[in-house]
Write a protein that binds this ligand. Structure first.
Ligand code: NAI
Length: 342
């Protein structure tokens, strides 16, 4: 079973709840952009989940083959394919979790914001369909720039009168996955033990790993903090450059997105002990959207964990103030885009 493979010991250790995995697969998950670099391995990982009864794969092309291929795995979920705008609505009916990795990825030299013009329209169109067909679903936005596409999605849902801030998530899990990996390597810790909260947003300096809040408690020199912070912030660009024009992170992203889906399904299934970092509507700072640890429950975000922002080091406090103007500009850009649309 997949349960456990995405969750660190640190995450699980707080309060062991009475939760037992309900082996009755019963949730429907849709992936929009399922034939892409992220979509395909993400579909494979979700196909392995014992909690999923149906996996709906939607893309504008090439999704039939992906679905036929995946459907031969002898795991519980039924795989269905949906191609093109005329089948989008059907792909969303009855779905509990919608994951959106549709859009173009970066090429070397590009920032995530350079993707705005293309991906903003894609996300807007897809979220309109989500609003019309499964307004109660958890919505996981992967398409970049996440700092702007999540505010766009919120505006679209508001315009449709179905916005529930507790169920709209920017997927920033990959930043946590990277931080955990790099910290474990640097400090020779067992990977399964390490959990680093990452707050702010999902681009450049807006990605703020709170190394002082690492579990298990571990101390870093000033140089280590600077080096690790920069490595975590630039990890996506490192992959873009290594792929040299063939795209951005897909496999580690699929792993991270599958972890976030699995956490969401466990929360829907009644596990009372599910925590993840995510970029959500937030009152932690003066910004309307902010990534932090959140507690997930049946109704989505049950609580935003404020304690991580208390007792920051001087370095973290400065970095937090420094990221706010950029994050605010990205949020405002997304809102302005959504509001000027007819
Ligand atoms: P890709 O180009 O390999 O796949 C994108 C897929 O989206 C393609 O199959 C394409 O046909 C599909 N698509 C395009 N327009 C669509 C529409 N209107 N409706 C449905 N599907 C549509 O790109 P990849 O590598 O899978 O990346 C996808 C997105 O994820 C990019 O925006 C990338 O920047 C973002 N990303 C986000 C990360 C994060 O941490 N949140 C990390 C890595 C990538």
């Amino acid at each position: 079973a997949l349960r456990g493979s995405f969750t660190s010991k640190a995450q699980k250790s707080s309060h062991r709840s009475q939760y037992h995995l309900n082996l009755q697969a019963s949730y429907k998950v849709a992936i929009l952009g399922a034939a892409g670099g992220i979509g395909q391995p993400l579909a494979l990982l979700i196909k392995m989940s014992p909690l999923v009864s149906a996996l709906h794969l939607y893309d504008i092309a090439n999704v039939k083959g992906v679905a036929a291929d995946l459907s031969h795995c002898n795991t519980p979920s039924q795989v269905l394919d949906f191609t093109g705008a005329s089948e989008l609505a059907d792909s969303l009916k009855g779905v509990n979790v919608v994951v959106i990795p549709a859009g173009v990825p970066r090429k070397p030299g590009m920032t995530r914001d350079d993707l705005f013009n293309i991906n903003a329209n894609i996300v807007k169109t897809l979220v309109e369909a989500v609003a019309d067909n499964c307004p109660d679903a958890f919505i996981h936005i992967i398409s970049n720039p996440v700092n702007s596409t999540v505010p766009i999605a919120a505006e679209v849902l508001k315009q449709k009168g179905v916005y529930n801030p507790k169920k709209l998530f920017g997927v920033s899990t990959l930043d946590v996955v990277r931080a955990n990996t790099f910290v474990a390597q640097k400090k020779n810790l067992k990977l399964i033990d390490v959990d680093v909260p990452v707050v702010g947003g999902h681009a450049g300096i807006t990605i703020l790993p709170l190394l002082s809040k690492t579990k298990p408690s571990v101390s870093f020199s000033d140089e280590e903090v600077q080096e690790l912070t920069a490595k975590i912030q630039n990890a996506g660009t490192e992959v873009v450059e290594a792929k040299a024009g063939a795209g951005s992170a897909t496999l580690s992203m699929a792993y991270a997105a599958a972890r976030f889906v699995e956490s969401s399904l466990r929360a829907l299934d009644g596990d009372a002990d599910v925590y993840e970092c995510s970029y959500v509507q937030s009152d932690l700072t003066e910004l309307p959207f902010f990534a932090s640890r959140v507690k997930l429950g049946r109704n989505g975000v049950e609580a935003i964990i404020s304690s991580d922002l208390q007792g920051l080091t001087g370095y973290e406090q400065k970095a937090l103030e420094a990221l706010k103007p950029e994050l605010k500009a990205s949020i405002d850009k997304g809102i302005a885009f959504a509001q000027k649309q007819p």
